[in-house]
Design a protein around this ligand. Structure first.
Ligand SMILES: [Zn+2]
Length: 237
């Protein structure tokens, strides 16, 4: 059991150093993740706008054709009107003319709308492209900084993780589970040393008889108040 507890003490020291290394990176990993997400969203929006723009441009060409066609028809009907011989013919051509006029008017209105939309889309796309460019620069800057911070400590981190793995392989999984759980809940500290008859984590009083037991390091004791695994360190160790 002593071995287990000394293993835990070693593990806690490793974890403390790993936490320190992570802290040195500060908010950078989060910032990079956040920027990546924003960039993805903007790029997706940009793609949607570009697709809309493409569709609108196709529609403009269609409308221009329809308008040209309607104008040609109207010209043709006007000529035909001069050669009309019967009322029936006259009525028929008038009907065709009205229909072509309505078509022309409708298409011209739509053309104006689509042209407006294209202008709007072009503005939005330009704006988004600028935002994407800015985000990409920001991301690049933060990524470089994060990478340099990571590479500065990568060697130490790898070593710590390897040592950690060795301890974990030898340890009792149940105890490690307790340790990890308490560590998570208690700001990274899964074990606490006895200090002047109190828990070094939460400073709760621990009965002398229990302190004596803990000192033997023959069994796992946890603090009744904070749950940390209690260990005995010689005061000057
Ligand atoms: Zn405690």
């Amino acid at each position: 059991m002593q071995k287990v507890l000394y293993g835990l003490i070693e593990l806690q020291e490793l974890d403390n150093r790993l936490d320190e290394l992570m802290e040195e990176r500060g908010d950078l990993p989060l910032i990079v993740e956040d920027l990546n997400q924003k960039l993805d969203e903007k790029k997706q929006a940009l793609e949607e706008y570009n697709n809309e723009l493409k569709d609108s441009k196709v529609r403009v060409r269609e409308l221009e054709l329809i308008i040209e066609e309607s104008k040609n028809k109207l010209e043709k009907y006007e000529e035909q009107l001069y050669q009309v011989k019967t009322n029936k013919e006259y009525d028929a051509i008038t009907l065709e003319t009205d229909s072509a006029k309505a078509q022309l008017e409708k298409s011209e209105t739509e053309l104006l709308e689509v042209t407006d939309k294209i202008e709007n889309l072009n503005n939005k796309i330009k704006e988004l492209e600028e935002e994407v460019e800015k985000l990409e620069a920001e991301l690049e800057e933060n990524t470089v900084e994060l990478k340099s911070k990571m590479s500065a400590t990568a060697e130490e981190e790898n070593l710590l993780l390897q040592e950690r793995e060795i301890i974990l392989n030898k340890a009792n999984p149940e105890i490690i589970k307790t340790y990890e759980m308490v560590r998570k809940a208690r700001g990274g500290q899964g074990i606490a040393r006895i200090q002047n008859g109190t828990c070094g984590g939460c400073y709760s009083y621990i009965p002398p008889q229990k302190v004596v037991e803990i000192k033997k390091m023959e069994k796992i004791y946890t603090c009744e108040f904070c749950g940390r695994i209690l260990v005995w360190f010689e005061p000057n160790e």
